[in-house]
Ligand binder design. Structure first.
Ligand SMILES: Cc1ncc(COP(=O)(O)O)c(C=O)c1O
Length: 376
């Protein structure tokens, strides 16, 4: 058997089941609403005035400039748009291309689990070896002792994800300090999946790993416009990192996609001038999280409120002994509500009796979902 599973992803599978049973789909991670008006208007303007041919390989210069300004404004970090920023066809392409560019056959890549599903197949496809390590069972943040114990002379890369899908965990200061300490002892590279960078709650703040002095020239951070502008179907994103890694990234990128959708790049460059949008995302989704959790009072689910992202884990151990896939399928078939079984985020399908719910949905949808879940 090849390295790629012949199965479709759990997201495709559960969404198909949701359609078949006309169930409310709070499984796959996409928002109910579309992008903000100022972005739609920018796209319309741009499409009407041209911009239909190939963009430069690394991305439209105005967009790279705008991204660089955004990074400075949000994180106080100066990045060179020429040498450190590349526009990609979404976060997934950025992750795949980075792995293909930096991992050689025989290299070890540490992947903390549960993990988003596209990392391991990419590592295996280029001949790398995945070294899976568990995240802390309660906090879902890295266990630095375990990571440290798994570093070898073959370790090429560690893939991190904060804010974290599926758990909603967000790194705290201790994590950044522990990573910096480890980086001073070992020359691993870091690939940092930060597609939920602006969706953090209760005053928490995300810090991009590519801005850490301890990871200078050793880290690429990945972002998705789909996640921050409610347009996951556009598949637009970017990757940021030091010139040496960016150069290697572009060597693959130029043959992988060559360049990315020109009109959307130009429109996104204009939309990034909006000064207030990103700061509004945390409060917007925090309100939804809080509403949903308040409606779940009295349910038998155990809920540790998400600290970021638009995902909430629901522990159902008190409700049924069924495994998470069986429970998720039954919920879809009998109760017309679709959630994602979290065992699919573990390479060995570890079952912790957890389901993942996406709360980037209308208040009415969230209320209906909570009513169904409270009836269990
Ligand atoms: C953690 C994580 N990384 C990457 C992606 C992919 O981003 P994109 O849709 O821009 O490819 C997702 C999408 O759900 C995600 O949750």
């Amino acid at each position: 058997m090849g390295v790629l599973s012949p199965e479709t992803t759990i997201f495709t599978r559960m969404s198909a089941l949701a359609r078949q049973h006309q169930a409310l789909n709070l499984g796959q991670g996409f928002p109910d609403e579309g992008p903000p008006d100022f972005l739609i208007e920018a796209v319309t303007r741009v499409i009407q005035s041209g911009f239909h041919q190939y963009a430069p390989m690394a991305g439209v210069p105005e967009l790279r400039e705008a991204i660089s300004k955004k990074i400075f404004k949000n994180y106080g970090y100066r990045s060179d748009p020429e040498k450190e920023i590349t526009v990609t066809a979404g976060g997934t392409q950025a992750l795949f291309t980075a792995i293909a560019a930096l991992v050689q056959p025989g290299d070890e890549v540490i992947i903390p689990e549960p993990a988003y599903d596209c990392y391991a197949p990419a590592v295996e496809l280029v001949g790398g070896r995945c070294v899976f390590v568990p995240l802390n069972e309660k906090t879902f943040r890295p266990d630095w002792n375990i990571i440290s114990s798994r570093l070898t002379e073959h370790t090429r890369m560690i893939i991190f994800n904060t804010p974290h899908n599926p758990s909603g965990a967000v790194w705290i200061e201790e994590d950044y300090a522990a990573l910096s300490a480890l980086a001073s002892q070992h020359p691993f590279l870091v690939l940092s999946d930060e597609v939920y960078e602006h969706i953090t709650f209760d005053g928490r703040k995300h810090i991009p790993l590519c801005t850490l002095p301890s990871l200078e020239n050793r880290c690429l951070s990945v972002y998705s416009f789909g996640k921050v502008f409610h347009c996951t179907g556009w598949k637009m994103g970017y990757i940021v990192g030091g010139p040496r890694l960016t150069e290697k990234f572009r060597q693959v990128h130029q043959y992988n996609v060559f360049s990315v959708n020109t009109p959307l790049q130009s429109a996104l460059a204009q939309a990034l001038e909006n000064d207030t949008w990103f700061a509004s995302l945390g409060p917007y989704f925090q309100r939804k999280r809080d509403l949903f959790i308040s409606w779940m009072q009295g349910s038998k689910f155990h809920i540790q409120p998400a600290r970021g992202t638009y995902f909430q884990l629901l522990q159902y151990g008190e409700i049924t002994p069924e495994d998470d896939l069986a429970f998720a399928e039954r919920l879809t078939q009998e109760k017309k509500l679709t959630l994602i079984p979290v065992s699919f985020f573990y390479h060995r399908r570890e079952d912790h009796r957890l389901l993942r719910l996406c709360f980037a949905k209308s208040d009415d949808t969230l209320r209906t979902a909570a009513e169904i879940l409270c009836s269990l």
